[in-house]
Write a new protein. Structure first.
Ligand code: AMP
Ligand code: MG
Length: 349
């Protein structure tokens, strides 16, 4: 393993201006070199932007927590370029886990595996397991290849805020705290990875995300139970407030007359002097008349892709309340519901 020549973590503490770098070969190398010196940089993935450091440099990993303001009992996902790198951080990988790797890597699936001795406790929050993902985003893959090391990364936002799906979102949260954001454009999926614990005999779904549960079950050949919340932060949002803009978020249940209920609530809020905006599918947009809406596109994939960006946009445009249309719980719908329940703090209408 390569040894760091100098710890760049201290540079993070100095006043700095954060540069958004177009993903040229040279800027990818610049970011990888900075990581190699113990630094922290933001990079794109197909789910959301990540805030990465070398998983085997504990000082650099601790910088991630400091920069984000993240509680240190919330473990990080290790991002790898190749299946071989998974063997650097995990052990006793079951045949089922290997089958899932073949089917979903690279992609938006994080597998929780037994960790290898030597993976620092600050990465896994002291857990005996490690979350591993192999992203598919081409800029991310170039970056991971250049780093040539497992890179641990949470989402590149300030803790509790909606996750960043563009380089500008990262810049708005972290300007002055990191030197570089590698720009990969808008994230294709826009919601975090699905997290599946395959460290024991029975696979458990720890977080709904980019890969629908139904797809996992097809490959596993069995139904996959969803892990209920606990006191240990096994998963983001299981313990902490998450994905929350400044605006109040209300989330509608999914039913036939939902549009009428949302319109009524909107009008009531306006009478109370509020400034709401509705997140709706394109097919419903006209039904809301002159009310403020954000059009979430044609289907649940586009709804998922725009969700975090629209929560941020609501704050930027000074809306004080977001009313989000409900979705059915199949496919990516389950992940949309999960994020909206968390960002609304459970305020369902
Ligand atoms: P974030 O990128 O902020 O969504 O954070 C990554 C998430 O992956 C963490 O909050 C963890 O809950 C999850 N994760 C990482 N490692 C593990 C693990 N060993 N066991 C359970 N969950 C994990
Ligand atoms: Mg996060």
């Amino acid at each position: 393993m390569r040894k760091p020549s100098k710890c760049a973590g201290s540079e993070n503490k100095r006043e700095m201006k954060t540069e958004i770098l177009q993903p040229t070969e040279e800027s990818v190398r610049t970011c990888a070199r900075y990581i190699g010196r113990g630094g922290v940089v933001a990079f794109p993935t197909e789910t959301v932007y990540g805030l990465g450091a070398d998983a085997f440099m504990p000082d650099a990993v601790r910088e991630i927590f400091r920069i984000k303001g993240r509680p240190n009992d919330n473990p990080l996902i290790v991002h790898v370029f190749s299946p071989e790198q998974i063997e650097d951080v995990a052990q006793d990988i079951s045949p089922l886990a290997r089958k899932l790797m073949q089917s979903f890597m690279p992609g938006a699936l994080t597998l929780v595996l037994k960790k290898k001795k030597g993976v620092p406790d600050c990465v896994t929050a002291g857990l005996p397991t490690v979350g591993v993902r192999m992203p598919s985003n081409p800029v991310c893959r170039k970056f991971l290849r250049a780093c040539a090391r497992p890179i641990c990364a949470p989402s590149a936002n300030t803790s509790t805020k909606p996750s960043p799906t563009t380089a500008m979102h990262v810049w708005n949260d972290l300007n002055g705290k990191i030197p570089y954001v590698l720009d990969g454009g808008s994230c294709e999926i826009g919601l975090e990875s699905t997290i599946l614990d395959v460290s024991s005999d029975v696979p458990k779904l720890l977080r709904q995300g980019g890969i629908p549960k139904e797809e996992l079950e097809r490959v596993c050949g069995m139904s996959v139970p969803v892990q209920a919340g606990g006191t240990v932060a096994l998963c983001p949002g299981m313990k902490y407030k998450h994905y929350a803009p400044k605006a109040d978020v209300l989330f509608s249940a999914y039913y036939a007359s939902m549009v009428a209920t949302i319109a009524k609530r909107y009008d009531m809020l306006v009478l109370q002097g509020k400034n709401p905006v509705i997140l709706c599918l394109h097919a419903n947009a006209e039904k809301y008349g002159a009310r403020h809406i954000f059009d979430m596109g044609e289907n649940y994939d586009s709804y998922a892709g725009k969700l975090f960006a629209c929560l941020r946009q609501a704050d930027d445009e000074k809306f004080d309340t977001v009313i989000a249309e409900g979705v059915s719980s199949d496919g990516i719908g389950a992940a949309i519901i999960n994020r909206l329940v968390k960002s609304s703090g459970g305020k369902i209408i």
